[in-house]
Write a protein that binds this ligand. Structure first.
Ligand SMILES: [Zn+2]
Length: 328
């Protein structure tokens, strides 16, 4: 049903899935740059299409609203919400004989700005397993948010500007929505604000949120991209308390590694337990893991699942594992 060509391809439809190199026909699960390229023709949800065109300019896309099957190249293709960011989608491909679900980046838990994930059953599951390590179990969201809001309030009470670092697409909007819902107005970096405008146009209310006017305002929180991605720092940010909002904050050294005052463990990826929950809900005959630690395959096998890495082992291409027999 699929083969591996430095990425997942649905064979019958000759459809590349989340390729980072240009393709004649590609499915784009969501608009993070590590999942897309300037394709000749892209299939994606309408929201992902809007974000894709924000990034690359107007390009040929085919809208795939959630839950509306599309007959394409001999396959029936249906998108389902992935819970990762606005428009993020899983792809269910059916050929009349068997079905394959590709999750893309996903999260099962609550999000302030992404559609809640829906997991249909499938014969074959290709699962994105970023946090496929038992070290990564995200703490309960309510407690994390309580701590985050009190630290933000403490910074403001101390006459300092809280500066929250979050990814430009997804986390930036979610953290903004969480803050404004709690009564903290937000000023955004221009790159985050441009994406927020698409969110708003697609019907996501971000509350009291504005473009950073060149200086901080009393009582406001400033949301910026992570410093490693920051081309230029916003002007006039002096007395600040910095926050990183990332799933990796579950790891105790994250705060030091990122050089921030506080690391807040809010993730837009499934944690270890959610990965297992996803597998149980899809109930596949065979599982291929991607974008995560190889050890997750062993964890799945230890739990009785028929699991393999999607990517063939680089140094042992001659060894005939079941995944290679299927793929080559
Ligand atoms: Zn992503």
């Amino acid at each position: 049903m699929f083969h591996y060509d430095r990425g997942l391809k649905l064979t019958r439809a000759d459809l590349a899935v989340d390729f980072r190199r240009r393709q004649p026909r590609a499915f784009v699960s969501h608009a993070h740059v590590d999942h897309m390229a300037r394709h000749e023709y892209a299939l994606c949800t309408p929201s992902t299409g809007a974000l894709y065109c924000l990034r690359y300019g107007q390009r040929p896309t085919r809208d795939m609203p959630y839950g509306e099957p599309l007959e394409f190249g001999g396959l029936r293709l249906t998108t389902h919400p992935a819970g990762h960011c606005l428009g993020s989608a899983m792809l269910l491909a059916e050929d009349g004989d068997q079905s394959l679900l590709y999750t893309g980046d996903f999260k099962l838990g609550e999000s302030a700005t992404a559609e809640r994930a829906v997991l249909p059953p499938a014969d074959v599951l290709v699962i994105e397993s970023t946090y496929g390590n038992p070290l990564y179990r995200h703490p309960p969201r309510a407690g994390v948010l309580d701590r985050f809001f009190s630290l933000v309030q403490a910074a403001l009470d101390d006459d300092r500007t809280p500066v929250v670092e979050a990814y430009v697409l997804g986390k930036g909007q979610e953290v903004t929505r969480l803050l404004t819902s709690h009564g903290f107005p937000v000023l955004q970096d221009p790159r985050i604000f441009a994406v927020s405008e698409v969110y708003r146009a697609r019907g996501v209310d971000l509350g009291d949120c504005h473009l950073y006017p060149g200086h901080p305002l009393p009582g406001h929180v400033v949301v910026v991209p992570p410093r490693m991605h920051r081309g230029s720092r916003l002007p006039n940010l002096r007395r600040t308390v910095s926050f990183a909002v990332t799933g990796w904050a579950t790891h105790e050294r994250t705060r030091d590694r990122l050089g921030v005052d506080h690391a807040i463990p809010l993730s837009d990826h499934a944690d270890y337990d959610e990965l297992f929950e996803a597998v149980e809900r899809v109930n596949p005959r065979i599982i291929y893991c991607t974008h995560g630690p190889l050890s997750f395959v062993d964890c799945l096998r230890a739990a009785g699942h028929n699991a393999y890495p999607l990517e063939p082992p680089k140094e042992k291409l001659t060894v005939q594992t079941p995944v290679q027999r299927r793929l080559f």
